[in-house]
Design a protein around this ligand. Sequence first.
Ligand code: 7MK
Ligand code: ZN
Length: 880
Amino acid sequence: MKEAQPRTVYLKDYRAPDYLIDHTQLHFELEPQATLVKSTLGVRRNPAAESSGALPPLWLDGVDLELLSVAINGELVPAQRYRELPGGLEIDVPGENFELEICTRINPQANTSLEGLYLSNGMYCTQCEAEGFRKITYYPDRPDVMSLFTTTIVAPPTYPVLLSNGNKVASGTTDDGRLTVTWEDPFAKPAYLFALVGGDLQWVEDRFTTASGRDVKLQLFTEAKNIGKCAHAITSLKHSMRWDEEVYGREYDLDIFMIVAVDHFNMGAMENKGLNIFNSACVLASPETATDAAFQRIESIVAHEYFHNWSGNRVTCRDWFQLSLKEGFTVFRDAEFSADMNSRAVKRIEDVTLLRTSQFAEDAGPMSHPVRPDSYMEISNFYTLTIYEKGAEVVRMIHTLLGAEAFRRGSDLYFERHDGCAVTCEDFVRAMEDANGADLQQFRRWYSQAGTPVLEVTDAHDAASGTYRLTIRQFTPATPGQEEKLPLHIPVAIGLLDDKGQDLPIAEDGSGTVILHLTEAEQTFEFNQVATRPLPSLLRRFSAPVKLRYGYSDAQLQFLMQHDSDAFNRWDASQRLALNALSELQAQYRTGVPLQTPEQLIAGFRSVISDTALDPALVAKMLSLPSAQELAEQEGEIDAAAIIAARAFTRDALADALHDEFMARFKQLDIRKPYAPNAGDIAERSLKNTCLAYLCANGTAQALDLARAQLDRAENMTDSAAALAALVEFAPESEATTHLQAFYDRWQQDTQVVETWFGLQSSSANYGTLARIKQLMEHPAFEFTNPNKVRAVIAGFSARNFTQFHREDGSGFEFLADQVIALDKVNPQIASRLVTPLTRWQKYREEEGQKMRAAVQRVMESGELSRDLFEVVSKSLSTR
Ligand code: 7MK
Ligand code: ZN
């Protein structure tokens, strides 16, 4: 019942379970250091099991449990009939059907891994996905075992709120004055969707009437001090419920939907049936304390977890290799929801930025894996951008290939056919095919093939015949364990612009965008009646998760920035223009010549900044330079110093050349009005604050005064945080420190604002030095056992402060290695995520790469590692 040793699990070894659990009765007596868990299981031989003949022993997963007793059909089982083994319990069984009762003791207070049952600020809560339930009791902890759960919780009256999944069916007081509550979940579910909460909580309540007239009670539980921060999440929830009815025809299925906010949480949130548990940072918001970005993040995460009720809970995963079945689909669903609620183009830009910056880097690194992996050591390591974001792109491509109506027919069939079942990615694709008579045979390769495909596009125009030809070549670079790659079925959305910037009517219906089906390694597409050479707008809306290469000139990019009817590609053109300038500057830096002012980029940005016809949010995105991390991803061999120098130089050159434009636009947008987190206002604030950052980069006293004034009188966190960030980055250090102290004094009672405050310092290129990071870790508000604090301070530095983390002395790497080693003892999941930047050492220039590798090596040799950390570190050291 200790954790099992590192072993690799393979998809090809999947076997149906030998036994099913028809019903699961749980009885908890909550005690911080000695919680008693009694579980009563209705066990039945699985008729579909592959083992035949004699009854195999029953295997139950279990980790860090103290076994008290085992009984079968009401009689204690003697010790020689069961075996406590690493990772679980093996029991000899008396027949095909029996009732099994197991009593165990656990220690929630000592549980800092935040998996299973633990305490957060005195509140009991659980996190079971993926394999946390085995830290609560012995159980077949696998998603293809679905059971009806009844849960009784007994706790002292100091924990008046006792929650679990489903409906409350009984409550009372025990003889010794403790509270007892029983919950019954009428839907069969796998153990990973189980949840329990116990604490002294307050709540806000609302109602929602479903399309068919069911009245649903909505509750959001939190510590009393946060009760004023619940409104936005409740509104988001109601919007999500309505949207899923309208767009997918999916209604909520219980009479109550609860959300609980907890401060200690490894991830964003969790979709436990009827009882979602959220990281406080992903659910609590008020205008004074939360930024626009936080408001939008909350809206999308509330939606994501709610949408899981169908894509995840009613239809769940057969095994964890199928994780993207629920996650990719649900991310696609929440992205479309956010696009409908806000600006579609801006949402797409944000998602693609994340994909290109982080998923592409993952796909090019030692942990590269397909959307449906074929092996893993620790499943927690596979809650990745590939599973989530690339998985969502794969679903989006199906939507693009089939069209919206056909996609809906496919999802209807999928939900109907597999309701109440644990299924596979293959089942999803087949439903899409069967509902439409479609053929997605070649498309399936997207699920099994890792790596980011590259498209190389060339074109030719023949004026005499009026033909225009686009030739597209595709290839995917090798990834660890997958040398050979096959051509994929890729939807490439394109338009052709005439010399006025108008779309040629190339689609059958006369519109300007067509979807090319690229299926071969190289393919030529022909367009007729094209009199003059057009300018292609390629991969509109980012119709596939690929790297697209085409030899655009800077002038063509500026033309696309101004004229493309596809807003996404207008933005993309601005980014390509910036990338051209930045890679040129990196080359100059490397050869030691003086850096030259990027005139083309300045001209391009100038044309955008004053364009008042464009959505200001889009303008803000177009004026934003790719991050250092995104630039690094672009390079074959990363030269961190060159990236840092080129980027800072470019930013300063833009700040200088466009000072008057930035000032004019800032002044125009700097109007006082009551805060509302709607798309229009968010857009204006984002452009205003983008201008402010450039103005401050310029460093004039006048610009800094604007930031000081804004910090002084801002009534919302978006504007105060933006002003503070600009001052921290660009004001003299002593002044920055003074502002930070004042800000802290004002907000120290507010956990979410303190997290923002930490993050703003640790990620500041100028202010966030290693010495300062170490200081922040000594701050009384820092907590090594709280993932949000660790992420804000340590990951703020290692993952978002490229400049300081990559200092040439390698001190950043050594620091991170130290923190990872220490964290692994506290919280393996967080340690394993935090080490990521170091594990990509292979891509860096020799000297720096070797320093990073040495840090990884030191982690490896530091003693016994968790399975989580061992997997990522060993894979990093074994790739070249
Ligand atoms: C999002 C799993 C959960 C990483 C990103 C989430 C997790 C990890 C939320 C935890 C989720 N099922 O809903 O996907
Ligand atoms: Zn999810």
